[in-house]
Design a protein around this ligand. Structure first.
Ligand code: 13P
Length: 266
């Protein structure tokens, strides 16, 4: 079993093209001194209109731009058609994306995304040869009511329903407690690890031990350079999905560097 850490930046609805380019440039300049083997898997999810802008940032180390993967922040499950305002997996792939974030709590909350829609998106992403980053997480009310584990287990079972073990093994899950997103309140690392281990067990239940051991599960919610070492030192936390702290190259680079120094392969 070996799970390479993932450091993923979710830029949400932030950064104009020139700003996105400049942050991306800052990360590229940092990663150029390391090999892809030394680095964690690095993923950045810009807004759709900045995907080509960040890809135009020249790579100076000869890696051909392979050290930073691009993710879409959302997708539709159909490949084309009359779906105004939507974007398909094929289009994201065509634009150079390797990953797609789905089921983020902001999309569930503000755009009424359901587990069923997230399942259709996950299947479309895998069919298209990309990797879904499936988000899950509980509200503060659910946590206080003691239903965190059952709620998240349900989200995961629904999101992965009907997907083969092989596809589940290459997917990514992000556990993002809603009360920790953008609030500065990081979930205690031991508790995040406990929930993530629980998610891994749910994956083992539905897809077998091999898939459960292989799938990479990230923590998200107010991750900062000062929190990453403790989070990454936990047995089941395979990386981070980072909002605010990924908007500046300095903080994202510090997170990447600290992850690398721990040289953790779970
Ligand atoms: P913050 O890191 O800003 O809390 O955002 C987390 C998140 O929602 C990443 O998807």
């Amino acid at each position: 079993m070996s799970r390479k850490p993932i450091i993923a930046g979710n830029w949400k609805m932030n950064l104009l093209q020139s700003e996105a380019k400049s942050v991306f440039e800052g990360v590229k300049n940092f990663v150029k001194d390391y090999t892809a083997v030394e680095l964690p898997t690095i993923v950045i999810a810009p807004v759709f209109t900045s995907i080509s802008a960040v890809q135009s940032v020249e790579c100076t180390c000869g890696c051909g731009g392979k050290k930073i993967a691009i993710a879409g922040q959302n997708c539709h499950w159909e490949s084309s058609g009359a779906f105004t305002g939507e974007i398909s997996v094929e289009m994201l792939k065509d634009a150079g994306c390797d990953y797609v974030i789905i089921g983020h709590s902001e999309r569930r909350q503000y755009f009424s995304e359901t587990d069923e829609m997230i399942n259709k998106k996950a299947k479309a992403i895998l069919r298209g040869g990309l990797i879904p980053i499936v988000c899950c997480g509980e509200t503060l009310e659910q946590r206080e009511a003691g239903v965190t584990d059952s709620w998240i287990a349900g989200q995961i079972k629904n999101a992965l329903d009907g997907i083969s073990s092989e596809d589940i093994a290459k997917s990514v899950i992000a556990y993002e407690p809603i009360w920790a997103i953008g609030t500065g309140k990081t979930c205690d690392a031991d508790e995040a690890n406990r929930v993530i281990a629980m998610i891994r067990n749910v994956v083992k239940e539905i897809a077998g031990n091999e898939a459960g051991d292989a799938i990479r599960i990230l923590y998200g919610g107010s991750v900062k350079p000062s929190t990453i070492e403790e989070q990454m030192s936990k047995s089941d936390i395979d990386g981070a999905l980072i909002g605010g702290a990924s908007l500046k190259a300095e903080s994202l680079n510090e997170i990447i560097e600290k992850t690398m120094k721990l040289s953790l392969v779970h």
